[in-house]
Design a protein. Structure first.
Length: 436
């Protein structure tokens, strides 16, 4: 399956990717800003995620929450998300509403600051604080990502601090801080706009030039702190978290090659054969055969700078002690490191990855998002058409080389969640299972 791609760049630096597909009468608009929590400075964490909310609060010609109202009234869907390295905003609308989606994105890129008020900041700051309470602090295992970041990245590394930010930093954020952050990072020369679906390329180009062309480019963004890290931690790392959970759960992380590198694809295949679906090693051995785990999986974070992480995630059964859970997972990793993998395992993992990849590209929204991703990280949206071949080229020897280098005892970081004494209620158990 080949995705058609056209690209061009506006004079203000906005990089545009177009992919026409007239299969269904819908079109997806996707905008990536190359800013995430990694770009935040000490004492001002959480700004990238806060802006995920602020950009829906109106601009010079759009009222507060009107962005949502206009898209939904037109029969579309929309949202945004924040990650360590990027922030994205996206709409999928009927084909005849492309101009609306583009105008809304352009208005908030070019005209957000005039509509930004202290009242809006205070409201959205409270919303984010409540989101932190609901999704992180009071969610079973909800602190996993930020505690893992703290455990595996050095204190000065841009990936070390919390994605959602701390309560103290959110409280300290002033309107001037927010305005400066927006002016630095939410500019056309720090953004990628992708459109996929049922549209006419000439019409789309004209709309983009009309709406986005007048927006001024930014004045440049400060460089990130040094991102490079050694290939391995150097020694085992471990932290125990006593939390309001009913079942012990182990997250074991390994430093892994960055997203998009040649070795990344071997790491991705490794995570799939370890923990993708019920035929994977960890699920087969720990859940079905030994019956010490309620669930088991593995995944990569897909970080494109410095170092990625491959994470093994195993939740214990109620009768399984924490020590046994750790021992059994260590045994599986030791066996992988000692004996390697077979060609058959690699073939299965690649087939699962390829199936999921091709299925996802049937969605206009997913195609637009991946085009933005490859354009943002590598300046090459056409990489979307190379992914299947990159995975198909991975052989067992490539996986075994990676396993030998990265799965030894000197590259394991264990984050262990243990129930606080007396946390045994059925409600908490249901919450823990539902969090997966």
């Amino acid at each position: 399956m080949r995705i058609p791609i056209e690209t061009f760049r506006l004079d203000n630096g906005l990089f545009v990717t177009l992919s026409e597909d007239h299969t269904a009468p819908i079109v997806a608009v996707n905008l990536w800003y190359h800013v995430g929590s990694a770009n935040e400075r000490e004492g001002r964490t959480g700004f990238a995620h806060l802006f995920e909310h602020m950009l829906f609060q109106g601009s010079a010609h759009v009222g507060s929450n009107e962005h949502f109202e206009l898209i939904q009234r037109a029969g579309g869907t929309l949202n945004g998300s924040t990650w360590l390295e990027r922030t994205n905003y996206f709409e999928t609308v009927p084909s005849n509403e492309l101009a609306l989606a583009l105008w809304l994105e352009a208005d908030r890129m070019g005209e957000l600051l005039p509509a930004m008020t202290q009242e809006k900041l205070d409201t959205q700051r409270d919303v984010v604080k409540n989101e932190r309470r609901w999704a992180v602090d009071n969610q079973p295992y909800g602190t996993m990502l930020e505690k893992l970041q703290e455990l595996v990245f050095p204190p000065t590394h841009p990936f070390q601090h919390s994605l959602i930010g701390s309560m103290e930093d959110l409280s300290a954020a002033s309107l001037d801080d927010i305005a400066q952050f927006f002016a630095t990072y939410y500019t056309p020369d720090n953004a990628v706009l992708s459109i996929a679906g049922d549209f006419d390329s000439a019409d789309a180009r004209a709309l983009i030039r009309d709406y986005f062309g007048p927006i001024s480019k930014g004045k440049g963004k400060p460089p990130l702190s040094p991102m490079s890290l050694p290939a391995v931690f150097g020694a085992p790392l471990r932290e125990v978290v006593y939390d309001n959970v009913s079942l012990p759960r182990l997250f074991m992380a390994f430093r892994s090659p960055i997203f998009g590198s040649d070795q990344y694809y071997a790491a991705s295949v490794t995570s799939a054969l370890l923990g993708m679906r019920k035929g994977s090693r960890l699920h087969r051995v720990l859940v079905r055969e030994r019956q010490i785990a309620a669930d088991a999986g593995a995944f990569t974070l897909d970080l494109a700078k410095g170092s990625d992480l491959l994470v093994v995630d195993v939740m214990a059964r109620p009768e399984t002690p924490v020590a046994q859970l750790e021992e059994e997972v260590e045994r599986e990793i030791d066996e992988l490191h000692r004996d390697g993998v077979s060609e058959e395992e690699v073939r299965r993992a690649k087939a699962l990855i390829e199936t999921d990849l091709i299925a996802s590209l049937q969605s206009a929204g997913e195609r637009a998002d991946r085009l933005s991703m490859f354009a943002t990280y590598f300046g090459r949206p056409e990489l979307i058409n190379e992914q299947v071949d990159r995975y198909r080229s991975v052989a067992a020897k490539d996986v075994n080389t990676l396993v030998e280098e990265r799965f030894g005892a000197n590259n394991r970081a264990s984050l262990v969640y243990v129930p606080r004494e007396g946390i045994e209620s059925e409600d908490m158990l249901a919450a823990a299972v539902g969090a997966r």
